[in-house]
Ligand binder design. Structure first.
Ligand code: SF4
Length: 74
């Protein structure tokens, strides 16, 4: 089963927390007003949810790469 990794540009994050709303097991609200990534590697079965969270980010701070191919899919 393919594995994926989330790459988070925390400097870009504006704390809109769309990511937290879509994937609350992966993203948390941070004390400093920015998101905290609590789990960066996930399996294929979570791909659609994680892509939804990444696409929901208004400042494009979330990227997802396929760990086997190195391909950036979002
Ligand atoms: S959706 Fe983007 S800007 Fe909003 S908290 Fe998540 S990473 Fe930060």
């Amino acid at each position: 089963m393919a594995k994926y990794r989330i790459i988070f540009d925390r400097d870009a994050c504006i704390g809109a927390y769309a990511c937290v709303a879509v994937a609350p097991d992966t993203w948390k609200e941070g004390d400093d007003g920015k998101a905290v990534l609590v789990k960066d590697v996930f399996d294929e079965e979570e791909l659609e949810k994680q892509l939804d969270a990444a696409r929901a980010c208004p400042v494009n701070a979330i990227k997802i790469i396929n760990l086997e191919t190195g391909e950036e899919i979002k």
